[in-house]
Write a protein that binds this ligand. Structure first.
Ligand SMILES: Cc1cn([C@H]2C[C@H](O)[C@@H](COP(=O)(O)OP(=O)(O)O[C@H]3O[C@H](C)C(=O)[C@H](O)[C@H]3O)O2)c(=O)[nH]c1=O
Length: 173
């Protein structure tokens, strides 16, 4: 398993060791000991799964404290352009975003610390799964309009499919 620190503080890409043989493949998608040894000491308390048709954009979402969530996100099948925005008020990179392609070929994962808004474009029909460090709390849900002009994110999609809820998210302050 390879752990790569990315340009926004605390964000880590994880590339698992995939064991292939004549039957197919195997890899460990989470290992508490190995993750702790590489700086991810969180306890994950909820697993989520979603399916998105190609050209769906979900996000940008986050939960407010005390229900803020760190996430370990990956793709079971398909491919996404994963997008995270640093919304930590005291961060030197506040308002900056990072994009990472996650797909079921590379089997790469992204550790997104609490304090980030998260979203993705489904570049193909995609099954997306992720572990969270806090439970879902509807009253704490918040988000940022995906096409916010200030954030100026290229989601690399024409005519995206966006939920009504996401279409009315507030602009970034
Ligand atoms: C997130 C969540 C949702 N729900 C219910 C609430 C809605 O009735 C339904 C669909 O929820 P939503 O439209 O918010 O699903 P997504 O747009 O995929 O939201 C997620 O997508 C982006 C990319 C994220 O990073 C967040 O983890 C999460 O907000 O599932 C639950 O019951 N539990 C949950 O943990």
């Amino acid at each position: 398993m390879e752990f790569k620190a990315l340009s926004l503080q605390g964000v880590i890409e994880i590339i698992p060791r995939v064991f292939e043989d004549e039957r197919g493949f195997f890899f460990e998608s989470y290992n508490e000991k190995v993750f702790k040894e590489n700086g991810i000491a969180d306890t994950f308390v909820q697993d989520n799964q979603s399916f998105s048709l190609k050209n769906v954009v979900r996000g940008l979402h986050y939960q407010n404290a005390p229900y803020a969530q760190a996430k370990l996100v990956r793709v079971i099948s398909g491919q996404v352009l994963d997008v995270i925005v640093d919304i930590r008020p005291d961060s030197a990179t506040y308002g900056q975003h990072l994009k990472v392609i996650l797909d079921a070929q590379k089997q790469n994962m992204l550790y997104v610390p609490a304090g980030f808004a998260h979203g993705f474009t489904a570049l193909e029909d995609t099954v997306f799964v992720y572990k969270c460090t806090n439970l879902y709390n509807k009253a704490s849900e918040s988000g940022i309009y995906w096409a916010d002009e200030t954030l100026d994110i290229d989601w690399e999609v024409e005519n995206p499919i966006v939920s009504e809820k996401d279409r009315i998210l507030p602009r970034f302050n």
